[in-house]
Design a protein around this ligand. Structure first.
Ligand SMILES: [Zn+2]
Length: 408
């Protein structure tokens, strides 16, 4: 298949195909940015460089709603995102991430008195967050995730946690739990409003269930031109106003919307609306207008950001500088596949032992343990996520590596 690499397009005004927004129903849901041929499984583990280079690819064409700020990839093809156990995105190996997860768990427990309660998590990953909630609050929980595999590398799950290694279905809606959790999952679901309405229907009338949903924060992505946060598996992207509109229209009262993890995540907490949808949603006009302006700006500037990074890598490469990349997660995979010269990066490391020996989707870089940097001696180390800056800086120091740590 020919590589349609780095084919980025600003689309503001370029196309007139406008549709109704699937979240708020307004007209003006129109394309504003396109980038072609990205790995469709950004966290897949490939056993050889050739298999990684030949990985399945798809295009991202973002459409955005200028009324509520909802964003979706119009070219998303679910057939290209077939998850299985070779998909790895556990984050608990980082102390910074564990601290964040612990704080989130304590906040939910205190705010909703989650002690001796029952929790359901849709898309629980390795179950570590549920385990924390059960350990700290004496709760019981069931988590659903088709990619779950019991793993010796992960801490053992709390005894109150049961995992079903499959997708959650409507048939799983039993007596309403006290909390329904869904973290970093909603953005993978092509029909989010249908999904939430089915959850609402499953809860019936009078349920006191709290929903706590976390998504990547699209305000951060578009506001900071954080192009590497575009990930093929994410068929949708939520700004604050879009998330609130979605929950209101699906029959929930929004209790809180907050940013977390340095602004990268957005969490919404909501409860079922009594009498099904008679509450007036909050007026989001001013917020949504700001989002609309950011969508326009992103459409005009995102391709330039990729070009700038390509130029920077080329400069370093021609100066003979050794460049390393810390972290082989989804953002790294997207960065390496968006820039024109991924081979400027000489070594890729990750602290997750499950990734060692595997290869980065698209570019085929081998993924090593961080200790490899002691020999490689990078002069520049790229880091995608600023939350890990101190942690990675300390790790480099411990490895005896004196490199410029550059956050993308
Ligand atoms: Zn909308």
């Amino acid at each position: 298949m020919p590589r349609d690499k780095n084919k980025t397009e600003s689309m503001s005004g370029a196309r007139t195909a406008e549709h109704r927004c699937p979240v708020c129903g307004a007209h003006g849901f129109a394309p504003f940015f396109r980038v072609g041929s990205l790995p469709s499984l950004s966290c897949a583990l490939w056993s050889t460089a050739n298999a990684a280079k030949a990985c399945p690819r798809g295009n991202i064409e973002l459409s955005g709603c200028r009324t509520c700020g909802f964003i979706a990839n119009a070219e998303f093809d679910p057939a290209l995102t077939d998850y299985d156990a070779a998909y790895e995105n556990a984050l608990h190996f980082s102390a910074v991430f564990r601290d964040y997860a612990d704080r989130e768990a304590r906040l939910l427990i205190d705010r909703y008195d989650l002690r001796g309660k029952h929790i359901v998590e849709i898309g629980c990953g390795d179950g570590q967050f549920l385990s924390t909630l059960c350990r700290l609050g004496g709760n019981t929980a069931v988590g659903y995730d088709p990619s779950f595999v019991a793993d010796d590398h992960a801490p053992p799950l709390h005894k109150g946690v049961r995992i079903e290694p499959r997708y959650y279905t409507d048939a799983d809606a039993g007596p309403p739990p006290d909390l329904i959790l869904c973290r970093q999952v909603l953005e993978h679901i092509p029909d989010p409003i249908g999904f939430l309405r089915r959850i609402r229907d499953g809860l019936g009338d009078g349920a006191q269930t709290v929903l706590a949903f976390e998504v990547p924060n699209a305000d951060y992505l578009i506001g900071r031109l954080s192009v590497w946060d575009l990930i093929y598996e994410h068929c949708t992207y939520f700004t604050g106003p879009a998330l609130q509109t979605l929950f209101s229209r699906a029959g929930f009262d929004v209790r809180d919307v907050r940013e977390g993890f340095g602004g990268l995540n957005l969490t919404i907490e909501a409860t079922p609306t009594a009498g099904r949808g008679r509450t007036r949603p909050a007026d989001l006009t001013a917020e949504a207008a700001q989002v609309a302006a950011r969508i326009e700006a992103f459409g005009g500037q995102a391709a330039g950001r990729i070009a700038d990074w390509t130029a920077r890598l080329k400069d370093w490469q021609s100066a003979g500088r050794r460049i390393g990349l810390w972290g082989a997660g989804a953002r790294s995979a997207m960065f390496m596949n968006m820039v024109e010269v991924p081979d400027a990066v000489g070594a890729v490391v990750d602290i997750n032992p499950r990734k060692h020996g595997a290869h980065l989707p698209g570019t085929g870089h081998a993924i090593h343990p961080p200790a490899v940097f002691s020999d490689f001696k990078p002069e520049i180390v790229l880091l995608m996520n600023p939350n890990y800056r101190d942690e990675v800086g300390n790790a480099l120091h411990d490895l005896g590596v004196d490199a410029d740590l550059v956050t993308t």
